[in-house]
Design a protein around this ligand. Sequence first.
Ligand code: MN
Length: 195
Amino acid sequence: MFNLNDFPLPFRETDLVPYMSVETVRLHHDKHLGGYIANLNKLIADTKYSDMDLREIIINSSRDSDAQKIFNNAAQIFNHEFFFNCLGRGGDTAIPDVISDAFGGSSEFKEKFRAVANDVFGSGWVWLIRDNDKFEIIATKDADTPIAHGKTPMLTLDLWEHAYYLDYQNRRADFIETFLDGLIDWKFVVDNLNM
Ligand code: MN
């Protein structure tokens, strides 16, 4: 059984205002993440998945064509916990050199991230992933997650409409820009680099 209390927000609901409203944060965490957790608990009850940790559920269900719903909900739990950990008022913090260097500079990193994000059609996620010494910016569709493909995430942006619609309506590009300029907790990314 998974419990929303085991996935607490790493910041206060008011911390991201005005870039992300209290209402968005609360709905996103309590209702959307909470919903995925409630769904997953129902779906795995009395199955082989009920004894696995979240990562094991994701890996195993990704290879099980009868477990698409389990995969979707489990992956969304991982993706959301990771996303909330990426958020903060990081506007004052520089992008770590190892990342900006990999893309030819901070503005080049942002340009690449922005381009991949703006190309996402429908619901999905943008990720900075690491493969040994190589960094890459990719998008995944729907609930798909890099850890199902053996990739290690460093940073992610949720581009499902529920992530931004209350605050940005149709201006998704503004949300992407705000994320890049003011909402990333680079300390979390640095911690991922060191793992
Ligand atoms: Mn979301």
